[in-house]
Design a protein around this ligand. Sequence first.
Ligand code: HEM
Length: 442
Amino acid sequence: MTAPGTAAPVLPPEQGRAVIDPASYAQWDGLLDLFDRLREEAPVARVESPDGIHPPFWLVTRYYDVMRISKDNATFLNNPQTVVFSLTEGIEFAKSLTGGSPHLVASLVTFDAPIHMKYRKLTQEWFMPKNLRGVEDEIRTLAQATVQRLVDAGGDEGAGETKVVDFVKLVSAPYPLHVVMQILGVPEEDEARMLMLTQQMFGGQDEELSGSGMAAMTPDQITQLVAGAVKDFEAYFARLTAEKRAHPTGDVASTIANATVDGEPLNDRDMMGYYIILAAAGHDTTSASTAGAMLALARDPEQFARVRADRSLLPGIVEEAIRWTSPVQHFMRSAAEDTEVGGQKIAKGDWLMINYVAANHDPAQFENPRRFDASRHPNRHLAFGAGAHQCLGLHLARLEMRILFEALLDRIESVELAGEPARAKSTFVGGLKTLPLRFVAH
Ligand code: HEM
């Protein structure tokens, strides 16, 4: 594992490929086995690409190191290079569209101090638990409607055969999208369009899931599609901004539309970035942890019965589902100066992958980490990150999940797995793409 002439451990090509291949993330146990080995043998390892398909980076797998990097926002920056692992081709593509920036969209995750905090502060208050109480009832209405659709599709209301339903399609995918669109003030009839635009812009790696058709396109066609999506987004949000300036409501879009930074209103690119980061960050992530929680409950009928009888167990289930699924699988950082991580010398400008899946399965922090254990305490997982960029929507994510499971437990008496669930092929946001279930409702 050691590169000739240096002490840095370089991953053998097949392991390096596994780390960057979206398909490996669909083979969860194999991936966790690899991370177990790396945490032991090469916790800070160099991933190189002999054919240059991606820039070299350091893969960081231990909980302690991921936590340390996340919290040291002066040494480990977000802005210099892409914050999500990208192939060289993708980075060049973004630069060609933006006129030199590797970030297709400028947003909170791509900013560093001091700009980052100025932008984050604009909506931070809005996402605090105290303020979210004001949207709880709206979220509950969405949760109950979603559960009703599930019951209509497959619930055995006392007679006949139960049907097999896909929990992802009926519940965990649409529900967080409805919630985030509602808080953004996007009317329901525009949701499908918003979803399509985010998928076109971020090019879902799992073709079956995103249905973006990108796999069959030439690079030119993809450029046109993405450039078109950016324009379409801009036009959409320009209209929404004008409306929210003329008639501000209490939603987060009104907060952004009427915000100022250093006394100036946000420019169009920054405003669009804000809307897009919220729209994109807020749904696939919560979908994945919601589906994970359901999988854990479906596999353990006793746990399901316990939480039906005692709802105080729900927060523990929600938190453990977020750790156990780790929907955001990594973020990238760039070293601002020469430094050291886990005994490895890191040079100024080096790119690092902080891997949340690996960190959240580190046995030094979590006993028996592959086990779903709702009574885990403390459960200081890193699924929401840490430090200055820690997830802005973490209270919202927990709240939506709790409200959804309350609505589910009110209606569903028992549930069982009705087939093998499948995971998405994705290096970035991952999780279940199908979860076949059979359930009894009342
Ligand atoms: C950032 C995870 C739900 C909005 C992040 C980060 C992670 C993450 C790992 C980066 C943290 C870091 O760099 O230290 C998750 C997970 C979720 C979830 C696992 C669900 C279970 C949401 C929701 C929203 C949201 C519901 C809002 C609608 C954001 C935003 C950022 C962010 C705006 C950027 C914050 C910044 O850079 O300052 N999230 N997220 N997330 N998340 Fe979430």
